[in-house]
Ligand binder design. Structure first.
Ligand code: NAP
Length: 550
């Protein structure tokens, strides 16, 4: 796998390096880590952010595959914490591309002078809590040994790329790539025979572009996805002007919405609508494009009967788009409800399968036996390839955290604690791990929401919490086991009241062999969740134990 080898460490602040002691260590310098750093600075706390990549940006630093772009609209997928920033920045398209988002994040890093506290090309490998001092001892792969009162994990939900353990990968004579680890210089597939394994969001974005460049493309599909057209377009200046004139109110609505951006939602069941009205609603949303489709009716993710009407609508669209009926049928998702695996947003995805140079292989019918020196061997054919693209996803939500040797009270490890699946209080804190926070951790809306809205909410909550501790002269905060247990139960109950757990999704850990099957995000709604977190703080950090001393 191509690695981020261009090491560009930045010098540490001399005083801090000498002391090796910070108020807080932040792990990760993506959207979450950078904003956390900004908030800590405002509080007058010293902080060091460690970032494994050789640049800031997290997800947007790593995922440089062809067609990478956000599927939440750019006016929504941007920081709201600074009105000057949101007024001065201009997005060029309805959905921002990866290069544009990365430019934006770099702009933010410069504008708020964040880089001087970010150490790049440095991976945190271990963090251990010292009960005597209430401090974390943090180690990195470059030999740093520092201590911090607070350890804040801004490690991302989809940052640990997974390449399935196919037999023979090391024998492949061509080149291979993972979408989440794409070479910075890009890849030219011109004239090549390319294979893409996987048909999730990353694949669905990259396949149309790879197909246009490559001599031939073979797509290896395990589970077909529901994908809706993005209808991307240049930013409408009038829309931008109107929205910016009213940005504060627009952001407020997003923060209190169900998914972190405003989706016009009909508050009644799909079954309550006559079939022609229902169809028109779906057609309108399909034509508008994007993830707002699931707001068509209130119960699409709750009632199977309602969901089936939407799923059937998608299936008809796929059959109409793909000329070869057998190929169309293979692309039609069946067996799980629409939206219970992350819905995809595409440009020309289905039409790509009408190209002469594109072949679809159903790996359920003909499983991949091995990667060979020549390409991919399925049960009934060998596909000769020059390059293989693994669009096979991530060890989502827990992978990055469990990749670090985190030890809390009495040396207990997070890996042991989460052996049966993640357990948190509010997705923010973990019993037995005082002064450790997880930004958009499992048990919070995170991946079910507009990530940046959830990131800002968590960062603000953590910053307010630290300010409270400082103001009260308190040294440690820790979730109680009882509060954690109650939250885990609640997250489960809410999740299991929906259709989500039916699908074999990465929300359930189902994409990683051996990973516990737990529905990890909180689907109670972004606004509801925010209120819960605010109430916890307002009640003096209910469910936490606060102790004195520094
Ligand atoms: P993904 O959704 O997990 O898709 C991985 C694909 O690889 C799936 O089709 C999966 O099949 C397949 N796969 C995994 N292991 C396999 C194996 N052993 N053999 C055959 N196929 C295998 O990963 P992703 O596409 O990178 O997307 C992950 C998430 O990142 C998205 O859901 C989304 O939240 C986010 N994302 C967002 C955007 C955006 O904003 N536009 C773009 C990309 C990603 P199964 O379904 O059968 O497991």
């Amino acid at each position: 796998m191509p690695l981020d080898t261009d090491v560009q460490r930045q010098p540490m602040d001399a005083g801090a390096e000498a002391a090796g002691a910070f108020d807080a260590v932040i792990v990760g310098a993506g959207l979450a880590g950078l904003y956390m750093l900004h908030r800590l600075r405002q509080l007058g706390l010293s902080a060091r952010a460690y970032e494994a990549g050789n640049g800031v940006g997290g997800t947007w630093h790593w995922n440089r595959y062809p067609g990478a772009r956000c599927d939440v609209e750019s006016m929504d997928y941007s920081y709201s914490f600074s009105d000057e920033l949101q007024q001065e920045w201009t997005w060029t398209e309805r959905y921002a591309s990866q290069p544009e988002i990365l430019r934006y994040i770099n702009h933010v890093a410069d504008r708020f002078d964040l880089r001087r506290d970010v150490q790049l090309s440095t991976r945190v490998t271990a963090a251990a809590f010292d009960e005597a001092t209430n401090r974390w001892a943090v180690q990195t792969d470059r030999g740093d040994r520092v201590s911090a009162q607070f350890c804040i994990m801004a490690t991302g939900c989809l940052s640990t790329a997974q390449v399935p353990p196919f037999k023979g990968l090391d024998t492949f004579a061509g080149r291979w790539y993972h979408t989440g680890h794409w070479p910075h210089e890009g890849v030219d597939f011109t004239g090549q025979r390319v294979g893409v394994i996987g048909t999730g969001s990353s694949a669905i974005q990259s396949i149309p572009l790879i197909a246009r460049q490559a001599a031939s493309l073979v797509v290896f599909q395990r589970t077909p996805n529901f994908s809706i057209p993005a209808r991307n377009a240049p930013m409408d200046p009038e829309y931008e002007r109107r929205l910016k004139a009213n940005y504060a109110e627009y952001r407020r609505q997003a923060r209190h919405s169900r998914v972190g951006f405003v989706v016009p939602t009909n508050e009644y069941s799909a079954m309550a609508a006559p079939p022609d009205v229902r169809h028109r609603e779906y057609e309108d949303r399909w034509n508008r494009g994007g993830l707002g489709f699931t707001g068509a009716f209130s119960d699409l993710l709750i009632a199977r009967e309602s969901n089936d009407t939407a799923a059937e609508f998608f299936r008809a669209k796929i059959r109409a788009a793909v000329r070869d009926p057998a190929v169309a049928e293979t692309l039609v998702p069946k067996g799980y409800p629409l939206g219970t695996k992350r819905m995809c947003v595409d440009t020309d995805y289905y039409d790509t399968f009408n190209r002469d140079n594109v072949t679809l292989v159903d790996v359920n019918a003909t499983p991949i036996d091995a990667i060979t020196p020549r390409g991919v061997r399925t049960r009934d054919a060998e596909h000769d390839l020059d390059s293989i693209v693994f669009a096979t996803g991530f060890d989502a939500m827990t992978g990055a955290l469990l990749g670090i040797d985190i030890r809390g009270r009495a040396g207990a490890t997070l890996r042991e604690k989460w052996a049966e699946g993640p357990r948190t209080y509010l997705g923010l804190a973990i019993a037995g791990f005082p002064n450790l926070f997880t930004v958009t951790g499992p048990g919070s809306p995170s991946v079910i929401s507009n990530m940046i809205v959830s990131i800002e909410q968590h960062v603000d909550w953590i910053a307010d919490c630290l300010a409270h501790l400082r103001a009260q002269g308190l040294g440690a905060i820790e979730a109680t086991a009882a509060a954690e247990e109650a939250w885990v139960t609640h997250v489960n109950e809410v999740g299991h009241a929906t259709l989500y757990p039916i699908a074999n999704s990465w929300y359930m850990g189902a994409n990683i062999p051996g990973k516990p099957r737990i529905f990890m995000p909180y689907v109670g709604g972004v606004g509801t969740y925010r209120q819960r977190c605010d109430d916890v703080a307002a009640r003096g950090y209910e469910g936490f134990t606060l102790t004195s001393g520094r």
